[in-house]
Design a protein around this ligand. Structure first.
Ligand SMILES: CN(C)c1ccccc1CNc1ccc(C(N)=O)cn1
Length: 246
């Protein structure tokens, strides 16, 4: 998977290329992350990358020329017809389904804007999709871009190793994850649910599915709305709701 990142702060992207499973994925060549800095493509002698907004108002916008030149270089380094995504509060909300789509592309160029944003004509002409990581404003698109790099990289075969399917289990099914426990068996009087120490894998599988369903019902009923439950799932959820006095 190829990621091109247009950013004024390439060192920020080290947070995904130099730590954890994404670092190993870079080292193994499973993913490639290229940063292109618009500041390297400024034409004015002061190296400005921002400019005042037409119509007045506070703040600055990213200048068009350095951004477009950086994009041109990114396209030249990326596979042909690589799609361009701009991280922005005006974008579609990032979710598992969109992460899956981006992974299927095989490559993506991510624009991490700074200042108050970027010129609409760059969005119209150069950007295939605006993506938002949530309804809040950040100082730049780098953190959202790294969310995409991390989430998409986890879908690349070999990046997660054998916990791959464990990850796929619940969220790919559109459910929240079940509660998890490790040693000790008891902390401050709180015990690990007995079923998890029963060694009965059928019971454990059902208990976990029941927890996924119950927690999704309680915390994210919207996720259950467009999900057909199997007979077993319906039974497990009803049982959970009775036990939790719903
Ligand atoms: C400065 N802003 C508002 C801006 C405006 C337009 C583009 C980029 C930016 C950079 N900031 C971002 C980016 C993304 C998100 C998000 N929710 O995904 C929040 N903030």
């Amino acid at each position: 998977m190829y990621f091109g990142v247009i950013t004024l702060f390439p060192e920020m992207i080290d947070a995904v290329t130099k730590f954890g499973v994404t670092r190993r994925a870079c080292e193994n060549g499973l993913i490639k992350v290229d940063c292109i800095n618009p500041r390297d493509y400024t034409e004015d002698k002061f190296g400005n990358v921002d400019d005042k907004p037409y119509g007045g108002g506070p703040g600055m916008l990213m200048q068009v020329q350095p951004l477009r030149d950086a994009l041109r270089v990114a396209r030249s380094q990326a596979p042909k017809d690589t799609k361009v995504v701009c991280m922005s509060p005006q974008g579609v909300q990032l979710n598992h389904s969109l992460v899956t789509d981006i992974h299927s592309w095989g490559s993506v160029i991510l624009i991490a804007g700074r200042y108050e944003g970027i010129d609409e004509r760059v969005l119209q002409k150069e950007v295939d999709l605006e993506v938002s990581v949530g309804d809040y404003v950040l100082s730049g698109g780098e953190l959202p871009a790294m969310c995409i790099i991390d989430a998409v990289s986890r879908m690349v075969p070999g990046v997660l190793g054998n916990i791959q399917n464990a990850q796929e289990d619940s969220f790919a099914q559109g459910l929240l994850h079940f509660p998890q426990y490790t040693r000790p068996e008891e902390i401050d009087g709180m015990r690990v649910p007995e079923v998890l120490m029963s060694g009965n894998h059928e019971k454990i599988r059902n208990w976990r599915l029941q927890q996924c369903l119950g927690r999704t019902y309680e915390r994210r009923p919207d996720l259950l709305k467009n999900r057909v439950l199997t007979k077993l799932e319906r039974k497990l959820l009803d049982e959970y709701l009775q036990e939790h006095d719903f």
